[in-house]
Design a protein. Structure first.
Length: 285
């Protein structure tokens, strides 16, 4: 694919709607050390749907609070600023990620369910490994958005997808390899452009761009490696794969960065299976 065509797709990314004002305000407040619970409460209360989701999660059995949480300020104290940001983002991007992606063989809601699973697993890994300077909620957000570039590519390179699908179905290459062969770039790179448009931190942009090739990460290879491992686990578990099937292996580089081995991954898979089915506590859509 020519450079001009890539630029054309990037322009389409620029045409995408920005995140809602409420979401942008929440991102700003959760990253501002001077902001207060009251500040966040005032913004959340402007969005009835978000208010409902925050209270629902705060009162879930996952948190096991002894009495009912009835105010956003109480919920914010219980959940924490970063979890509030995850809830708000999941609510905001839901409409994008639920779309059917025929080019990838994904029916309506399949990408969303897959993305939620990756996000939950990424957060679980970050908590389990207790790696310094890695916020589990940042891992959740990166996992949720790591394949958002598929939405762009599916709807703006329709003709080329016939070639990509043919290559993948021949069994010769993964979808990622086929994307690069036919298009000259992949869904991770386009997804990173979306993250840049939404003014996300560099670490998140990088995690989306390189989740299939963690060795290319420069800014935060640890976060990228977490997303890579989580994404590969999603593939291994067979969660809403579509055409993109079980052809990805765990990167040795990512395993070394996280200081884990095959046994650790097996344990994570065993443990996280229960977490994935705890929908009441973790479904932030």
């Amino acid at each position: 694919m020519s450079k001009a065509s890539l630029e054309q797709i990037v322009r389409k990314v620029r045409d995408m709607p920005s995140l809602p004002d409420t979401m942008m305000q929440i991102i700003g407040l959760t990253e501002d050390p001077e902001s207060t619970v009251k500040d966040l409460e005032e913004v959340i209360l402007k969005d009835q749907t978000l208010t409902s989701k925050v209270l629902q999660l705060a009162n879930s059995t996952h948190y096991g609070y002894s009495r009912r949480i009835s105010t956003i300020s109480e919920a914010t104290v219980l959940l924490g600023f970063q979890t509030i940001k995850s809830i708000a983002l999941a609510s905001s991007v839901n409409k994008i990620l639920v779309k059917e992606l025929p080019g990838y063989g994904l029916k309506k809601n399949m990408l969303w369910e897959q993305s939620q699973s990756c996000a939950i697993i990424a957060r679980f890994i970050a908590k389990k490994l207790r790696i310094k300077n890695i916020n589990p909620e940042e891992a959740y957000i990166a996992g949720l958005l790591r394949d958002i570039g598929k939405v762009i590519l599916n709807y703006y390179v329709t003709n080329e997808f016939y070639q990509i699908v043919e290559i993948v179905q021949s069994g010769e290459k993964t979808f990622l390899e086929a994307e690069k062969e036919v298009l000259g770039f992949d869904h991770g790179q386009i997804g990173a452009k979306v993250a840049e448009k939404w003014n996300f931190p560099v670490d998140l942009v990088e995690a989306i761009a390189y989740h299939h090739i963690p060795q290319e990460a420069k800014n935060n290879p640890t976060l990228v490696s977490i997303i890579h491992i989580a994404d590969t686990i999603v593939m291994m578990l067979g969660i809403d794969l579509g055409i993109d099937s079980l052809k990805y292996n765990f990167s040795r580089y990512a395993m070394d960065i996280l200081n884990i081995d095959e046994h650790t991954i097996e344990q994570i898979i065993s443990d996280v299976s229960d977490v994935l089915y705890d929908e009441e506590g973790f479904n932030l859509s």
